[in-house]
Design a protein around this ligand. Structure first.
Ligand code: NAD
Ligand code: UGA
Length: 460
């Protein structure tokens, strides 16, 4: 079997960057090149100051610091990297389609197809092409078609190797994965990729399947995880009207080893670039095959999640005497979860949008998200003019400044630092009554009540 000496990854994003950094770290004899069309992103990956990497992940700076320049390279020369590689990972974005057939549900595969066409045009020797992006089941068939019909007589083996890392814990997830999944048809190609991972992952955790099982398993894993969050969030609403406490319920059911304790944390709603996108994709695929009950079943996970975000915003309005017009609401957190600078589909965006419709004055503080990104997220919704977003929303780089003079604080992301604030001091600076709406159940209710806050948390 051919030994893999050079790996190229197309797409230097949240998956391509960290994944390839760890592959390079653990395979010092393999040269790994990550390429992207986005020059600014590549420049940031090459920045001498490791604090400026384009993706914030705990521990990533050390991994990049170890491998970059040794056997890990970031480049914008896509053609060169394709032509030199034995194995090519495709790790480009696969967003939900915003136009045409399947708009709002199907995955947009235009970036994947462009990669396939470029590989076909450039390749002069045999290549293993690895789908790292999350793709609809049977995409490998389309890839194979493009590669074989526009190629130059070169052999391509296609593998599916979906990524299961979660943002905020990407490096530990990559170092110690529950499993690595490899789907394919060609035994030698599969073995070549198994060997790359076997440099640090125990063999029994490297699962091999057929292509279609691998592609589908990725969508199903995300659907199951998101379903648990929507399930506990549905129960959080019931807890609020019955006097039960959702954390206590989660603990009680999670102790049952058949259920398990993970992913039962009630919240203001799940966000992130993938849960919603991948479920919508699953729903679309089911409908394409006329499996309407299957589609409706999974769609409900999204409906519940949208309800949770709306419900949180409405709770704020209703509690503050049915009007937030002109009221200063401090947002603690904008990222979709802690320990990441990623804001894609963050619940904070939708909660803010709802409050801004009511003319609230929102002041945002997030330890890792820039003002530029926050305005970009709001402008992208197209709900109001960019001028209105800037009139109603202020972004500050200090939480105490955000909270000073506020009528209410809303916790949207579970950043650890929020727990350590001097809440007595915060209270002094806030308007009275001082409301705290805890969308992450992060703070201690007894302590906040003792300090005199009007404290509301999801599911209590
Ligand atoms: P991303 O948007 O952060 O990165 C994708 C990158 O690909 C971008 O930098 C873009 O410029 C680049 N790109 C697009 N087309 C290109 C082309 N033709 N040539 C060169 N570069 C190109 O996306 P991401 O979060 O890294 O996700 C990538 C894939 O991985 C998606 O399919 C996603 O569903 C999946 N995934 C993401 C996560 C996650 O935590 N973000 C986890 C598992 C799987
Ligand atoms: C998720 C999966 O966990 C990864 O396995 C997968 O690879 C990835 O999607 C992907 O395909 O993109 P990620 O979205 O990065 O990872 O982060 P999660 O930890 O799954 O959190 C997703 C959202 O659910 C966050 O908004 C989080 O706050 C929320 N969540 C999670 C809860 O509200 N409660 C929980 O108990 C867990």
């Amino acid at each position: 079997m051919k030994e893999i000496k050079k790996i190229t990854c197309i797409g230097a994003g949240y998956v391509g960057g960290p994944t390839m950094s760890v592959i390079a770290q653990k395979n010092p004899d393999v040269e790994v090149t990550v390429v992207d069309l986005n020059h600014a992103r590549i420049a940031a990956w090459n920045d001498e100051d490791l604090d400026n990497l384009p993706v914030y992940e705990p521990g990533l700076d050390a991994v990049v610091g170890e491998a970059r320049g040794r056997n890990l390279f970031f480049s914008t020369d896509v053609d060169k990297a394709i032509s030199e590689a034995d194995m090519i990972f495709i790790s480009v974005n696969t967003p939900t389609k915003t136009y045409g057939k399947g708009k709002g549900q199907a995955a947009d595969l235009k970036f994947i197809e462009l990669c396939a066409r470029q590989i076909a045009a450039v390749a002069k020797n045999d290549k293993i092409v690895v789908e790292k992006s999350t793709l609809p089941v049977r995409t490998a068939e389309a890839l194979k078609n493009i590669l074989e019909n526009t190629g130059n007589g070169v052999n391509f083996h296609i593998l599916s190797n979906p990524e299961f890392l979660a943002e905020g814990t990407a490096v530990t997830d990559l170092h110690n994965p529950d499993r690595v999944l490899i789907g394919g048809e060609d035994a030698e190609a599969i073995e070549a990729l198994v060997n790359v991972y076997a440099a640090w992952v125990p063999r029994e955790r490297i699962l091999t399947t057929n292509l279609w099982s691998s592609e589908l398993s990725k969508l199903v894993a995300n659907a199951f995880l998101a379903q648990r969050v929507s399930s506990i969030n549905a129960i959080s609403e019931l807890c609020e009207v019955t006097g039960a406490n959702v954390d206590e319920v989660a603990r009680a059911i999670g102790q049952d080893s058949r259920i398990g304790g993970k992913f039962l944390k009630a919240s203001v709603g799940f966000g992130g670039s993938c849960f919603q996108k991948d479920i919508l994709n699953l729903v679309y695929i089911a409908r394409t095959y006329n499996l309407h009950e299957v589609a409706d079943y999974w769609e409900q996970v999204i409906i519940m999640n949208d309800h949770q975000k709306t419900r949180f915003a409405e709770k704020i309005i209703q509690t503050m005497y049915n009007t937030v017009n002109g009221k200063h609401i401090a947002f603690l957190g904008w990222a979709f979860k802690k320990d990441t600078n990623d804001t894609r589909e963050s619940a904070a965006i939708y909660v803010a949008d709802h409050l801004l419709d009511e003319e609230a004055q929102v002041v945002v503080y997030d330890p890792k998200v820039s003002a530029e990104q926050i305005y970009k997220d709001l402008d992208y919704l197209g709900t109001r003019s960019p001028e209105d977003n800037r009139r109603l929303v202020k972004v500050v780089d200090n939480a105490y400044e955000a909270l000073d003079g506020a009528h209410a604080a809303a916790i949207l992301t579970e950043w650890d630092e929020f727990k350590g604030y001097d809440w007595a001091k915060v209270k002094e600076g806030m308007k009275k009554p001082s409301f705290v709406f805890d969308g992450r159940k992060l703070l201690d209710r007894n302590e906040l009540n003792r300090l005199g806050f009007a404290y509301y948390a999801i599911g209590e």
